[in-house]
Design a protein around this ligand. Structure first.
Ligand SMILES: Nc1ncnc2c1ncn2[C@@H]1O[C@H](COP(=O)(O)OP(=O)(O)O)[C@@H](O)[C@H]1O
Ligand SMILES: [Mg+2]
Length: 383
């Protein structure tokens, strides 16, 4: 069996999209270094970034249902969408293919191949590491806890195939337990059956939590320095993982499940465990998600993404591909220059913008500029 993660690819050299979002057919070769993709609204900038990120995380980072990814043309919805990425690393090339096929109802079936060999998503997530920066990242700071849990999970999955497996098992156990709670409340199941599921929850949940805590600690260490730089020492950032119950030990989790059983039964759901944990961003000891200004929240989100990129680079010994979707318009001139300057250690970054003048001049000159227009990508006419 090929070791997919041993010497990972670091660049996307070619992207091929078929009936993906508004792209009927796209063949796009990508160089090393900076690539600036310029296009008006609704031309396919975010769609292209979504496709590139799909090759890292094996799912869409923004679609509610993945069926949305299949192109709706004038002739109606196409039967499938396909994204193929060729990636290059020190150890050679790798081709990752994701095929989304329409099935009955809302669902899509996903078929993944690496160099032509069928693979499970869990095997392929993070083979090509990517970090996505988007305008919606502010929601990581100000939005619901589920967004932050998902963030930690996606980042962990890129580093550990085992984490994704554990997460999937935990989700199944949780569903089983919740089902049983509802049955028990109706007197159709014995409560001692719950013990079996509680035990499983503690095992898988403990692993997930341990992993997330370690990740937050590592990200925090990196984000603090980055945030200090972005705010010229005016704002001190501290990331704070909040387990539920607050003591993260397995014993405390087990106790919370036992003691909360009556309440959980009444509600038909489980109120403790990593699926109820949160991550808070403290700025100068105040919770930025609650008290922070939009500008402060945006800067926290930027620090977090840069920390994530730095962490992936360190852990993998190879830089991830950075995807920056329309983030410059949200930043003032100074911050956007700082962001562009911090891209230097990365072998490849793709950045979209509606206005190329937002990319400060030395960075624009050193980049490859491409235009996106109605699902086509080409060299700009005006050079
Ligand atoms: N499944 C789909 N089929 C066809 N067009 C789509 C599909 N999903 C989104 N689009 C179209 O893509 C466009 C938005 O693309 P997007 O990449 O988000 O734009 P932007 O360049 O502003 O980032 C919209 O015109 C939308 O209608
Ligand atoms: Mg967009």
């Amino acid at each position: 069996m090929v070791e997919l993660r041993g010497r990972p690819p670091i660049l996307i050299t070619h992207l091929s999209l078929t009936d993906f979002r508004n792209y009927s057919s796209l063949e796009l070769s990508l160089p090393r270094g900076g690539v600036v993709l310029v296009g008006d609204n609704a031309q396919g900038k975010s769609n292209l970034m979504e496709a590139a990120y799909l090759l890292s995380i094996m799912r869409s980072h923004r679609a509610g249902v993945e069926r949305e990814l299949i192109r709706l043309g004038e002739e109606g919805e196409r039967p499938w969408a396909r994204v193929v990425g060729s990636a290059q690393g020190e150890a050679g090339g790798v081709e990752i293919e994701v095929l989304l096929r329409r099935t009955a109802g809302e669902a899509v079936s996903k078929r993944i191949r690496v160099n032509g060999v069928p693979r499970r998503a869990a095997e392929v997530v993070g083979v090509l590491a990517g970090v996505m920066f988007s305008a919606e990242d502010i929601g990581l700071v100000s939005g619901a806890p589920a967004l932050r849990r998902r963030y930690l999970d996606v980042t962990s999955c890129q580093l550990s195939a085992h984490y994704l497996g554990s997460l999937q098992r935990y989700q199944r156990v949780l569903t089983q337990r919740n089902g049983l709670l509802k049955m028990a409340a109706l007197g159709r199941a014995a409560t001692d059956e719950l013990e079996f599921w509680d035990h499983k929850m503690v095992t898988e949940g403990g692993y997930i939590r341990q992993h997330r805590l370690a990740l937050v600690q590592a990200l925090n260490g990196l984000a603090q320095g980055i945030h200090d730089g972005l705010t010229h020492g005016e704002e001190a950032l501290e990331m704070d993982y909040r387990p539920n119950p607050s003591d993260p030990s397995p014993e405390s989790f087990a106790r919370a499940l036992t003691e909360g059983r009556g309440r959980d039964m009444a509600l038909g759901m489980t109120l403790s465990g990593p699926h109820r944990d949160d991550l808070r961003f403290m700025v100068n000891s105040m919770d930025a998600g609650i008290y922070g200004s939009r500008g402060q929240q945006r800067t926290v989100a930027l620090s977090l993404r840069l920390a994530e990129a730095g962490f992936l680079r360190k852990e993998r010994g190879q830089p991830p591909v950075l995807l920056l979707d329309d983030v410059l318009s949200e930043l003032d001139g100074l911050r956007s220059e700082q962001l562009l300057a911090s891209l230097a250690p990365y072998d490849q970054w793709l950045l979209t913008t509606a206005d190329r003048s937002q990319v400060a001049s030395p960075y624009l000159e050193e980049s490859t500029v491409l235009h996106i227009n109605g699902g086509t990508v080409g060299q700009p006419l005006d050079g």
